[in-house]
Design a protein around this ligand. Structure first.
Ligand SMILES: [Fe+2]
Ligand SMILES: [Fe+2]
Length: 248
């Protein structure tokens, strides 16, 4: 791994604990402790079955995976899991507050950066590397889909769910609450399809050897953005929306 990739990853996703306790552990042991770690290892191409006896640092090297990113993903998953039960118990108004403060704010903070990085990549390298122009186009499409999506949730659906959870009868222009919920779920699927395109186009957000720092930072930011969006959509589709429908 180059020092440039280490530097860019560490600036973005410096894990909150020292790396070594993670990196010295055997991959198989980590999965045995918490099977969800298998998903993280799969995402980075780390062999946790036959290669389960290797220390994580060696497994990262073998898979050419950045250890900073792997540990950050493991920590993210662990922290998210710990909150899952708490979030599931929250009254809907507080769950909505959490989604807005955490995930909507995150999208608004990172979206301009993703546009800036991808446009810079087009200007610097678009003529030489065929994947860059379509990559930047899909990044723009993702952001252009997400920004109005946030507004619709914040201005139409979430206020309606808040009112319903206070026992009020909601008479919105949208009819039954199931209608805007369906619309939001379709938009989630659209965002998921765009992320899938971006995943394919970037080989799972893996920068090529020759990638410059902006390119590396852009892919690392997008990988983090994807993880956040998956969690955001999970909270809405699997917790908030089903509970809102039960109020009708
Ligand atoms: Fe949302
Ligand atoms: Fe949403």
């Amino acid at each position: 791994m180059s020092s440039a990739s280490l530097a860019s990853a560490s600036q973005l996703e410096q894990p909150s604990t020292p790396l070594s306790p993670w990196l010295e552990r055997k991959v198989g042991e980590l999965v045995a402790e918490d099977f969800r770690r298998a998903h993280v290892f799969s995402q980075f191409g780390i062999d946790f079955c036959c290669g389960g006896g290797r220390a994580l640092i060696n497994a990262c090297e073998r898979a050419q995976a950045d250890p900073y990113k792997v540990v950050a993903a493991l920590e993210y998953m662990t922290n998210s899991g710990a909150k899952e039960d708490e979030l599931n118990q929250l009254p809907l108004e507080q769950l909505i507050d959490y989604i807005e403060r955490t995930h909507h704010q995150y999208v608004r903070a990172k979206a301009p950066l993703l546009l800036e990085y991808s446009e810079k990549m087009v200007r610097a390298h678009g003529e030489h590397y065929a994947e860059i122009v379509p990559f930047a186009g899909w990044v723009r499409a993702l952001i252009e889909d997400l920004m109005p999506h946030l507004m619709k949730e914040e201005n139409i659906l979430f206020p309606a769910i808040r009112a319903m959870s206070q026992g009020e009868q909601v008479q919105g222009c949208f009819g039954h609450i199931g209608n805007p919920i369906n619309a939001m779920q379709h938009e989630h699927e659209d965002a998921g399809l765009i992320l899938q395109k971006l995943h394919e186009l970037t080989n799972g957000f893996t920068p090529p050897e020759y990638a410059c720092t902006t390119w590396r930072v852009c892919y690392a930011t997008l990988a983090e953005f994807e993880a956040d969006l998956h969690r955001h959509i999970h909270l809405e589709n699997n917790i908030l929306f089903p509970k809102a429908l039960q109020l009708t």
